[in-house]
Design a protein around this ligand. Structure first.
Ligand code: TYD
Length: 139
């Protein structure tokens, strides 16, 4: 049973350089899982939201590569809002939590790494179903 206490902000390595800064991630190092998938969300119109759902198995790490947005995480009992606005911070979200991205700034880019390949069966898209699964301790 995961809770919002399991969500972590990870500070990534930073190489500050007059030519431009550099940060990086490696699987099983800065990211606590093997990366099976990478995707990104961009060109988000003002006021839109993405990703209102939970994953059964997929763990993820999200980085605001550009701009800023909020990540809302909910474990069925409590919720927490994280504002991502620097490309050297990542948020780790384990499986079994409801998560939503919103308040995207203009030209923001959300980079996401997943521990699983894309699988529609891994999604819980109905919030009431999510609450029931958390209540039964099956998620
Ligand atoms: P989805 O995860 O439903 O986005 P959101 O929850 O933010 O609305 O993904 C939207 C569509 O993109 C979905 O119909 C299938 C496709 N998709 C893939 O093919 N592979 C992926 O890894 C992801 C994340 C989405």
């Amino acid at each position: 049973m995961t809770t919002i206490e399991d969500v972590k902000i990870i500070e990534l390595p930073r190489f500050l350089d007059a030519r431009g800064n550099l940060s990086f991630i490696e699987q099983n190092n800065q990211i606590p899982f093997e990366i099976k998938r990478t995707y990104w969300i961009y060109d988000v119109p003002g006021g839109e939201q993405r990703g209102g759902h939970a994953f059964v198995k997929n763990q993820e790490v999200i980085i605001a590569l550009s701009g800023s947005f909020d990540v809302l995480v909910n474990d069925g009992k409590r919720s927490k809002r994280f504002n991502l606005n620097r490309s050297y911070y990542a948020i780790y979200i384990p499986s079994g939590l409801w998560r939503k991205l919103e308040s995207f700034s203009t030209n923001s880019v959300a980079l996401e790494f997943g521990s699983e390949p894309y699988d529609t069966a891994d999604y819980v898209r109905d919030y009431d179903t999510f609450l029931e699964l958390k209540l039964n301790e099956t998620l």
